[in-house]
Every structure is written in C-alpha cells, then in structure tokens.
Design a protein around this ligand. Structure first.
Ligand code: G3P
Ligand code: CA
Length: 336
C-alpha cells in the first residue's frame, strides 16, 4: 500500500514519546502509523552513517559522563560558529556504540527520561533494516526521509555523506525512483550534487525568518523557480506557510508559498508539528504549562486547509488523527 499525501513524517522518530533518533523512536512511529520516518544523518570517524541531529552529541548521549572519552572534548567551527563538545566524527562506530542515548528535552518531556540509557545510536543501515522488516510484517510501505546534516563539514573531513547515503539506500532496495524515499538538506549545493546522481525526490529545506525578520529568498516565487531546478519539494518551517503575528503569536492568513510552489510542481512539507503548548501558536495553547498538550489537532487542520503535502511531527498519532478528521470533513474546535 502506497502512501498518499498529505504525508505524516515522524520527525526523528516518535520523538515526543521516546528519545529521538533511536530504533525505539522509529519503531513506535511505525506502530502509530506514520508514513515516513525521518533520520538526520552524520558520519562516524570510520565513515558509517548514523542518526543524530547534530555532529555534536553531548545533548543526546551520555558521552559527557564517560571518562574514557574526556580527552575528545573539543571546540570546532560548525556552520560558521564555534561549538564545544564531543563530535561524532571523532568516534569510530565501535566507540559510538558504547554510548547511550538520552532525552534531548528532559524538562519539557520528563516522561521520556525513563528511557534514558536504554538505547544506542542507530546506524542508517540498521534503520533501513527496521523499515524493511516492519513494512513486510505490517503489509504496508513505510518510507524513509533522510536528511544530510552538515554536509560541507563532513566533506571537508573526507567523510562525505552523499555516496554512503545513496549506497546504503540501494543495498536495502530503496534506490529506485519508485522507492518511498525523500532526501532532504538545507544545503542547495548538496542537493545539486545529488540531482544528476539519483532519481529519488529531493527536498530543499528552508528555515523560518531569523530575529531580523529576513526571509530566505528560496521561498519567493522567483526563488522557488530556482529550487525547482534541483528539488521536487520544499520542506519549510511552518511559519513560512502560516505566519505568526509578531505581536500576538497567533497565526493569520496563509502566505502564497503553497500556491506558488504547487504552480510549478513543487510539493510543500512543513516542520514541525508538536503537541506541547510551548511550540504552538498562541491561539492553540491550552492551560498554563509550556509542556501541557495544546490543540495541535486544530493547528494541523489549519495547515491541511492551507494545502500542504506533508507534515513532520513529533507525535505521529496526533497528526494522523488530525489528518483523519480533516479527510472526513470533521472540524474540531476546542470551544465545541
Ligand atoms: O528536516 C525537517 C526538519 O527536521 C528540519 O529541522 O532541525 O529538526 O532537522 P531539524
Ligand atoms: Ca531533520
């Protein structure tokens, strides 16, 4: 069974419920019904792709408490800024596998800390093995949506991500143009390198405007036409589709992004749907605590009304329920 848009993409696995980028987080995402799971990829010292959101791993593993690795603490320039910590490229896979994963957001998601220390860092190979096995077992196609993280940094180290990425996908039968795969990157150069080398769909990621309010020129009508030269979709911060009022934090009318992108054949995927109040536009928050769940179902429905083709989510079950309700024509309003 093939997935049909709007796709539900488990962001770093079901990361609202398990420490991100673990096989447990991916397995739960699949059990909850996600169409795709999203691994962010970096490289070990010996050239093995593993799932971590950053090259620096002290926030999501116990590396800082492992005395034998104390001398690997260092400072590097990464994406133009100095970063201190422990870096995945300074560890062989065998060394990395001795570490254990911890919850990134323990104050916001204390329920997930009971899983701290229980899982290792998965390889991309292990993730694809899990997807294949679960697709077979469940009789449904589960896709993979890998992101190349810091591709220029790893290329400079002689650990380029792109060839191992394509090779590993091929080994697991995910290499053909019909395979359920999207490859994503913030780096246009990375996608431009990949474009002539794979028929898989490519996704240009675009950040939200920074504090200065300056928006990437990749999401103007002209910018989108450039992106269409090397990508099949844009993966955008959700504020680029439903901008928030700078004063009140509420969302207003959609930007022209979805209409402009669709007019030239680009899909639009948005990130990241999250249940907790702290991540929600003001109008969807419920209760006082930043960690309490707000009305993310209604928020998601607003994005579906805006015509997006895919949603990254930390809580796939909530997003799937919003999609089901939207498809059935049922609108849920908290006041009802
Ligand atoms: O890849 C889509 C989204 O995940 C990009 O943001 O920082 O969570 O990788 P990030
Ligand atoms: Ca990502």
């Amino acid at each position: 069974m093939r997935q049909v848009p709007p796709l539900v993409i488990a962001h770093r696995g079901a990361s609202g419920y398990r420490p991100e980028h673990t096989l447990a987080a991916y397995r739960l995402a699949i059990a909850l019904g996600a169409d795709y799971v999203e691994p962010d990829l970096v490289s070990t010292k010996d050239g093995v792709l593993v799932a971590r959101h950053e090259a620096e791993i002290s926030r999501t593993t116990n590396v800082g408490r492992r005395g034998e690795f104390a001398d690997r603490l260092t400072t590097k320039e990464l994406d133009g800024r100095a970063v201190s910590g422990w870096f995945v490229e300074d560890f062989t896979l065998a060394e990395l596998k001795t570490l254990r994963v911890v919850e990134r957001l323990p104050e916001l998601r204390p329920q997930n800390t009971r899983f701290d220390g229980r899982y290792d860092v998965p390889t991309f190979d292990e993730i694809l093995g899990l997807l294949s096995a679960e697709s077979e077992r469940l009789g449904r196609e589960i896709g993979v949506y890998p992101e190349t993280k810091h591709p220029a940094h790893f290329a400079d180290l002689g650990l380029a991500l792109e060839e191992p990425l394509l090779d590993t996908l091929s080994v697991h039968g995910f290499g053909g143009p019909e395979a359920p795969v999207f490859i994503q990157s913030f780096d246009p150069t990375n996608l431009q390198w990949l474009r002539p080398r794979t028929g898989l769909p490519l996704v240009q990621l675009v950040e939200a405007p920074g504090p200065s309010g300056v928006q990437s020129d990749l999401v103007t009508a002209t910018g989108l036409r450039r992106v269409a030269q090397w990508a099949d979709a844009v993966g955008v911060a959700k504020d680029l589709v439903l901008p928030r009022h700078p004063g009140t934090g509420t969302i207003g009318a959609p930007s022209s992004l979805v209409v402009d992108a669709h007019a030239i054949g680009l899909q639009v995927h948005v990130w990241t749907m999250r249940d907790e109040n702290v991540f929600l536009p003001t109008g969807y928050r419920r209760g006082e605590s930043p960690s309490d769940p707000g009305d993310s179902i209604e928020e998601t429905q607003a994005f579906l009304d805006a015509g997006v083709d895919g949603l990254f989510t930390d809580q796939p079950d909530t997003t799937l329920e919003a999609r089901r309700l939207h498809a059935s024509g049922i609108k849920i309003h908290a006041a009802m």
